[in-house]
Design a protein around this ligand. Structure first.
Ligand code: NDP
Ligand code: MG
Length: 385
């Protein structure tokens, strides 16, 4: 059996730790060659002792000394600083990269992995939102394989295998609706951090959990799906499905709808990205439909969840618009998590940035990064006003 040599970018996060659980269960045939974290050096040191990777990267260089003192016995290479992620993407000893860094910070490494023709198990949706065209073109040119890890996109990817691409009528993304699905505008206005972090069905990192509460996550996923599957956004629909059992669906031109169902456990899509095109026994628990009783679906209220409406708008505008949309969200969520702004302010700030930004076509990575920086600066200035 050939061994898959794996790097995990963001191994200490929610997707990163679940990926390691999946790899443990897959056993022989999967070897962890590289790990990365930003500053969770204690967990990174534990992972290093267990998996003995050749290379470890710590993007927050100030934490390197502490890591060294914790990771006793580590004889591999320690890389530090944001550039270290790009170095991991270039490693010859790695063929598969799980990209599980939160936010735009993962973009340079994701692009480099595509340039190197690697297999990317992509969880990190923000690079697809801000540089989808560049990333997909780079992957095509260099024969890189991009496999979705995001549960909805994994479901679409699996459902698409029931027909040909030119037979697709539309993609239907499901959304749990988050903790504020039935909340009034006033409750949302005054939502606390604790309430925003109380996701009803999925256990995830803090940023994506807040994104689920604003429905920004679904807006980002619509754009992610458009790039991954080369489908225009007006052929991508969102439906609220509070049980999070039907992970997404594809409607074909004959009216047949094919869906993928499963328990809400990220280990399932992570594993599929690692074993594709095969399936093997996994660690996610199996569905018991008779115990679930019923599955429900409803139309999202675009007036309550303005982020979703904005997502469609920026996707159609293209160029720098999705970049600004994503960066404004990252900056605003960071402030919300620090407690410096109210929940409802997140989407207000994003809308302000999108409305005041002059869209440009963004042909290069530099132009994308300029738009990203403009949005972060605009959010911070606006908060300080
Ligand atoms: P977490 O916050 O749990 O983990 C993020 C990881 O990225 C950690 O390893 C963290 O290191 C690292 N990291 C954070 N900031 C930086 C930075 N500036 N530079 C380098 N590394 C950094 O996030 P999740 O695992 O929840 O999400 C990761 C990605 O996957 C996101 O894009 C999210 O949208 C997507 N995703 C997540 C799902 C989930 O179930 N969690 C589901 C579908 C998609 P440290 O621990 O040191 O801070
Ligand atoms: Mg998702």
């Amino acid at each position: 059996m050939t061994t898959r040599s794996i790097a995990i970018l963001g191994s200490t996060g929610s997707i990163g730790t679940n990926s390691l659980r999946v790899i443990d269960a897959l056993g022989d045939g999967y070897k962890v060659r590289a790990l990365s974290a930003n500053s969770s050096v204690e967990l990174l040191a534990e992972q290093t002792k267990k998996y003995r990777p050749d290379v470890v990267a710590i993007t927050n260089a100030d934490k390197a000394e502490e890591f060294r003192s914790l990771a006793t016995g580590f004889t591999g290479t320690l890389l530090t600083g944001p550039e270290s992620l790009v170095e991991i993407a270039k490693l010859e000893c790695v063929d598969t990269i799980i990209t599980a860094i939160v936010g735009a910070a993962g973009l340079p490494a994701v692009l480099e992995a595509a340039r190197e023709g690697k297999t990317l198990a992509i969880a990190n949706k923000e690079p697809l939102v801000i540089a989808g065209q560049l990333l997909m073109e780079t992957a095509r040119k260099n024969n890189a394989t991009i496999l979705p890890v995001d549960s909805e996109h994994s479901a679409i990817f699996q459902s698409l295998q029931a027909g040909r691409n030119d037979e697709v009528n539309k993609l239907i993304l499901t959304a749990s609706g988050g903790p504020f699905r039935n909340a009034t505008a006033e409750q949302i206005q005054n939502a606390s951090l604790e309430e925003a972090l109380a996701h009803p069905t999925w256990s995830m990192g803090p940023k994506i959990t807040v994104d689920s509460a604003t429905m920004m996550n679904k807006a980002l996923e619509v754009i992610e799906a458009a790039w991954l599957f080369d489908v225009p956004v007006d052929k991508i629909e969102v439906v609220i499905h509070p049980e999070s059992i039907v992970h997404s669906l594809v409607e074909f031109i004959d009216g047949s709808v094919i869906a993928q169902l499963g328990t809400p456990d990220m280990c399932m899509p992570i594993q599929y990205a690692l074993t594709f095109p095969r399936r093997v026994k996994g660690i996610a628990s199996h569905l018991k439909l008779d115990e679930l009783g019923k599955l429900t679906f409803e139309k999202p209220d675009m007036d309550v969840f303005q982020a979703l409406k904005l997502g469609y708008k920026v996707a159609k505008l293209g160029g720098s618009a999705p970049v600004v949309f994503n960066a404004a969200n990252e900056a605003a969520v960071e402030e919300f998590l620090k407690g410096s702004i109210k929940f409802a302010r997140i989407v207000e700030l994003i809308a302000y940035c999108v409305d005041t930004h002059t869209v440009n076509p963004c042909h290069s990575l530099d132009e994308l990064l300029q738009a990203d920086a403009w949005a972060r600066e605009t959010v911070n200035k606006r908060i300080a006003e």
